[in-house]
Design a protein around this ligand. Structure first.
Ligand SMILES: [Zn+2]
Length: 300
């Protein structure tokens, strides 16, 4: 005869509070270990991408301006920006990549003094300092201040204070006047290649967009000069910071990619703009992809 079923199965011992805490700690430690592994893998991958891409910098620079056969002749590249600090906020990976080439000389024209808060004079001096930090100019005080196209002269750094080009979201800039300033700047400094904003102006600032349109008008008139635009990315990508290094080779296969050789220089250039260096700009330098990567394509 079968044994009667024993309904009196002993229950498991009640859990001990100490063992629950131990299990929780073990699980958390395991989760942290998994997360660390993922982060280490991402970091190693990022370093490999960075090294591979940095090796292509020479090729990409060569597309902007070709190395001269004449050792003594430096090739001249000019930046056209709207406000003092645009160079530090957006263009530093490219500026550093170009300025590290011994055969390239850089020039910059800023089409306003950024006088929105009445700080035009202060911001002019700050731009001179920032351009020195970025190795565009040899002196932290060297800047040509002009008000009209007729005053454009040879200078590494030029700043314009003109009634038709006043800093402000509501101020529409005269694009024909921009063309004239760019034309005079290129001629005075014997520039071969220029770099500016794309049609979206990175931050959609109307002054940036006017600068792009003015440069485009100039290029349509002067086909012997090549012009390149800094590509505006989507908003989430804009604040992805250093991780954009991983996205560039996937999303920018047809564009020129430049990685910053030293992101600390971006911070130091922005620091030179002392009157503008408020907390959110400090965060911007840290989290913005433009402190680590620049991607460009040609203005047609
Ligand atoms: Zn700006």
């Amino acid at each position: 005869m079968a044994e009667p079923f024993d309904y009196d199965v002993p229950l498991p011992p009640p859990s001990v509070p100490g063992s629950v805490a131990w299990m929780w700690m073990m699980n958390t430690a395991l989760d942290l270990a998994k997360l660390s592994l993922v982060l280490i893998n991402a970091l190693v991958f990022m370093i490999i991408v960075y090294i591979t891409q940095r090796q292509k910098t020479g090729e990409n620079v060569d597309k902007i301006v070709k190395k001269s056969d004449d050792q003594n002749k430096k090739r001249r590249v000019g930046f056209v920006i709207a406000h003092p600090d645009d160079e530090a906020m957006f263009f530093t990976p490219l500026i550093q990549s170009l300025s590290s080439q011994p055969y390239i000389e850089l020039f910059l024209i800023c089409l306003s003094t950024g006088n929105f808060d009445g700080l035009g004079k202060v911001r002019t001096k700050e731009l001179a300092k920032s351009c020195h930090v970025l190795s565009i100019s040899d002196s932290p005080n060297s800047i040509l201040e002009i008000t009209s196209v007729q005053q454009v002269a040879p200078s590494k750094v030029t700043i314009v204070e003109n009634d038709k080009l006043q800093d402000g979201m509501k101020n529409k800039w005269d694009e024909t006047l921009i063309l004239e300033f760019v034309e005079a700047f290129v001629k005075a400094n014997d520039i071969e290649s220029i770099i500016t904003f794309d049609p979206h102006g990175i931050s959609s600032h109307p002054n940036h967009i006017n600068v792009h349109n003015g440069v485009k008008k100039f290029i349509q008139k002067n086909r012997n000069i090549s012009a390149w635009q800094l590509i505006t990315t989507s908003l989430p990508r804009k604040y992805i910071g250093v991780f954009d290094i991983l996205l560039c080779p996937v999303l920018d296969q047809n564009n020129l990619i430049f990685f910053s050789p030293n992101p600390v220089v971006s911070y130091r250039a922005m620091e030179a703009h002392y009157s503008q260096f408020v907390w959110f700009r400090k965060l911007f330098v840290f989290f913005s992809k433009y402190a680590y990567t620049n991607t460009l394509n040609k203005i047609q």
